[in-house]
Design a protein around this ligand. Structure first.
Ligand SMILES: *[C@@H]1O[C@H](CO)[C@@H](O)[C@H](O)[C@H]1NC(C)=O
Length: 366
C-alpha cells in the first residue's frame, strides 16, 4: 500500500474529530435510559423472533435537555402493505416515535424530537406483528440528548424542581468541570445522587450541543454545506401516506441553496397528464376528503431552467436533473395525503449552500 495512504488512514483513525465517543451500553427491549448519548441495536435474531414489541424509553439526562436527535444508522423493517378493506397503505411492523410511524428502509435518516419539557420522556416503540417482521427487522439507532441554553428554555418551559436538595454554590465552576470525568456513565457525577445533581446544576450546554441543536420546528436538520436529502423509505420505493415534516438546512443570511433534483416522483391533482406540477396541482387551498395533496414545498425558490415560474409547492414527476435555487431560511416541507400509488416513489436531492451569486435572480425579488 502507498505510504501516503497509510498515513491518511492513520490520521483518520487517530483524529479525535472523526472518532465520536459512543456509549456502547447494551439497551434491552422495554428498558429506560437517561444517557446523554447511546446506541441501541435490535435484539439478536433468535430473540427478535419471539417479540411482538420492543420499547425504549428515553428520559432527559438533565433539566436542560430540550431535543433528542435520533439517527437511524440502520432501519430495516418490512414494507408497508395495502389494507384490503380501506385500500390505504399502512405499516404493519413499524417504529412509532411521537407522531412518526416508520416502516420499510430508512437507514441514514434522522429526526429531531422535542424532549424534556417538564421532564417529558420520548418513547420509541417497535411493533413486530408479521412473521417477516420478526425475521427480517434490524435497527441501530444513535440517540443524542441536546441541551438548550437556559435563557431560551426558562421562559417557555416552567422549570421543574428537579434538584431540590442541592443549590449551586459556585455556578462559574461549571465551566471548569471536565465533562468526561464528572459526567458519563461511571464518573463521579453519574447516577442520581446529590453529587450528580450538583454537577448537573453547574453545567451549561456544551458548544457541540449548541451546534447540533435544530432550529425550532425542524424535524430534520442538515448542518453540512453540501449533502443529500431523501424521503423516508426511498430505498423501499414508496413514501408513507399521511406524512408531514420539515427539513431544514443550515445557512447564513448572505447564502443561497442549490437543490439538484436526482429523483422526484410525487402524485399530483391531474394525474392523467405526466410531468411536473406546481402549487394548485399539488395542494388545494380548501381541504376536502380524498383530495390529492402530496408535495415538497420550497419557499423562496425558482427553477434554474424556468426562472419565470413562481412556485412554492412542487409535485408530479419530470423534474429529474433540474436545479432549484432558494433563499434563506432553508426549509423544505414534505407532505403526503392518505392515498398512495406505485408512482409515488419519493424524492432525492443533492444540496449545496453557497454565497448568493446573482442578486438579480427572481428569488431576490420575492
Ligand atoms: C385494515 O384497516 C382496518 C380499519 O382501520 C383495521 O381494522 C384492520 O385491522 C386492517 N387490516 C389489517 C390486515 O391490518
Amino acid at each position: 500500500m502507498d505510504f501516503s495512504i497509510v498515513l491518511l488512514l492513520l490520521s483518520v483513525v487517530l483524529s479525535p474529530a472523526l472518532t465520536p465517543v459512543r456509549c456502547q451500553v447494551a439497551v434491552a427491549c422495554n428498558s429506560r435510559t437517561a444517557q446523554k448519548r447511546i446506541v441501541i441495536r435490535s435484539p439478536a435474531a433468535s430473540e427478535l423472533a419471539k417479540l411482538d414489541a420492543c420499547q425504549y424509553r428515553v428520559a432527559p439526562w438533565s433539566g436542560q435537555v430540550c431535543q433528542l436527535l435520533v439517527q437511524f444508522d440502520r432501519l430495516e423493517l418490512p414494507q408497508p402493505q395495502v389494507n384490503e378493506s380501506t385500500r390505504l397503505l399502512e405499516c404493519l411492523d413499524f417504529v412509532q416515535v411521537q407522531r412518526f410511524r416508520l416502516c420499510g428502509r430508512s437507514s441514514g435518516q434522522h429526526l429531531y424530537l422535542p424532549i424534556g419539557g417538564g421532564g417529558q420522556e420520548v418513547e420509541l416503540h417497535f411493533r413486530l406483528v408479521t412473521a417477516l417482521g420478526k425475521q427480517s427487522s434490524a435497527w441501530q439507532l444513535t440517540l443524542t440528548q441536546l441541551e438548550c441554553p437556559r435563557s431560551s428554555t426558562k421562559d417557555l418551559v416552567p422549570r421543574q424542581p428537579i434538584m431540590p436538595t442541592v443549590r449551586p454554590i459556585l455556578p462559574f465552576l461549571g465551566n471548569l468541570l471536565p465533562r468526561t470525568i464528572f459526567g458519563g456513565a461511571s464518573g463521579i457525577g453519574s447516577g442520581s445522587g446529590p453529587a450528580a445533581q450538583l454537577i448537573q446544576s453547574l453545567r451549561t450546554p456544551s458548544l457541540s450541543d449548541l451546534e447540533l441543536l435544530a432550529p425550532l420546528g425542524c424535524d430534520q436538520y442538515f448542518r453540512t454545506p453540501t449533502g443529500g436529502i431523501v424521503s423516508f423509505n426511498f430505498a423501499g420505493g414508496i413514501y408513507m401516506p399521511n406524512v408531514r415534516y420539515s427539513i431544514c438546512v443550515k445557512g447564513a443570511a448572505d447564502s443561497e441553496i442549490s437543490y439538484k433534483i436526482d429523483h422526484f416522483e410525487l402524485s399530483k391533482a391531474n394525474s392523467q397528464e405526466p410531468g411536473p406540477g406546481y402549487d394548485s396541482d399539488c395542494r388545494s387551498t380548501v381541504k376536502t376528503a380524498g383530495r390529492v395533496s402530496d408535495y415538497l414545498s420550497v419557499p423562496n425558490s425558482y427553477l434554474v431552467s424556468r426562472p419565470e415560474l413562481q412556485a412554492t409547492h412542487y409535485c408530479g414527476n419530470g423534474l429529474n436533473g433540474q436545479e432549484l435555487i432558494a433563499r434563506p431560511p432553508f426549509v423544505l416541507l414534505f407532505a403526503s395525503d392518505a392515498q398512495s400509488s406505485a408512482g409515488e416513489t419519493g424524492f432525492q436531492l443533492t444540496y449545496t449552500v453557497r454565497r448568493a451569486q446573482d442578486t438579480m435572480s427572481p428569488a431576490a425579488g420575492l
